[in-house]
Design a protein around this ligand. Sequence first.
Ligand SMILES: *Cc1c(COP(=O)(O)O)cnc(C)c1O
Length: 414
Amino acid sequence: MKHLKQQDPAVYEAIRGEIKRQQEGMELIASENYVSEAVLEALGSAFTNKYSEGYPAKRYYGGQTYTDIIENIAIERAKKLFGAEHINVQPLSGAPANMIAYSAVLQPGDKVLGMDLSHGGHLTHGHPVTLSAKIYNFIRYKTEKNGKINYKKLEEMALQEKPKMILAGFSAYTRQLDYQKFRDIAKKVGAVSMIDIAHIAGLIAGKAIPNPVPYFDIVTTTTHKTLRGPRGGMIMCREKYAEAIDKACFPGFQGGPHMHQIAALAVCLGEALKPDFQDYARQIIKNAKVLETELKKYHYKIMFGGTDNHMVLVDVYNSIGLTGKEAEIALDKVGITLNKNVIPDDPRPPLDPSGIRIGVPAVTTRGMKEKEIKMIVHWIVDALKNYNNDNKLESIRQEVIALCKKFPVYEKTS
Ligand SMILES: *Cc1c(COP(=O)(O)O)cnc(C)c1O
């Protein structure tokens, strides 16, 4: 960053600070990761200068030799990874990808069945505060006491409500969904089936969990969570919906695609096609399982009965009497970063909920395995027990930094 350092010390110093924070902190936010240096280089490339409204070979501006190459590479690699019939790599992020997908197949006022936010669903799946809920009529389904979705009930709901779309997917749910059941129910009521795999795209690409693409009409995702790419979105769909999706993206919803981001996505997808990405995805699952079993040893209450993916949702309030917000703050003090989170039908408010969400994709990228996850759980438990004892928290913080130094990231990015 030699130009930046010289020209704009204030911004340079903030970036240096953020790199150091990412190096020394234990990153357990389930939606975060560390992209490779190659991805960062592509993101910082001259593609940021280019307007390329339209699609490869059908653009509205000249000078598209290299943008076409990049976008086609990204599409081809994504097709190889996920086996989709059609892929659009232009959505600027996960939330726009969902709005684009809805607008491609729904009319304002149409009914959608989506997962309740407090049961793990995402804001963009029809939470009342969002634009999606103002345009479409979302009906929300929930999980059962055992942590599973009751597909019989879901089917009854679908038969009664007759939605135009049945939406699967989540940001805080931890169990494997039954893709076939969603497909059967959608078919039975004549609804479009859609799944949002924002959180689990990397686990699917790495073949660590089943691939939903063959089962659903439309699949949306982010590219920056477990997939470990630049911030962005993608939409995959059956050929039948290809034209509607592409038109809904541009010109329907967006202007020019972010080609530097698509270049970085192409790099990320190239990485995900390599065999060691499958090792990475499998290790994420192993690490999350250790996280679950260790926390259970300390009698922490794990929601949904456990995890089949990269994260756990913990009811800290009913485990140790701290709220999610208090736990987040105490853990921040020891350099462990995660987020407070509502639990199903949480009686507490969203800004001070009962739970915390803990995810392992970022620490797994650093190379941490079962042994380190056990150490992390020990520190979490110790920090929450001693949340009032600043000396104790400081000594845990030093141990956290020492372990992070053993698993370096971005050593060459200064
Ligand atoms: C993260 C997430 C999104 C939103 O992605 P952004 O890139 O933050 O807009 C959408 N859906 C799900 C399920 C997510 O987890």
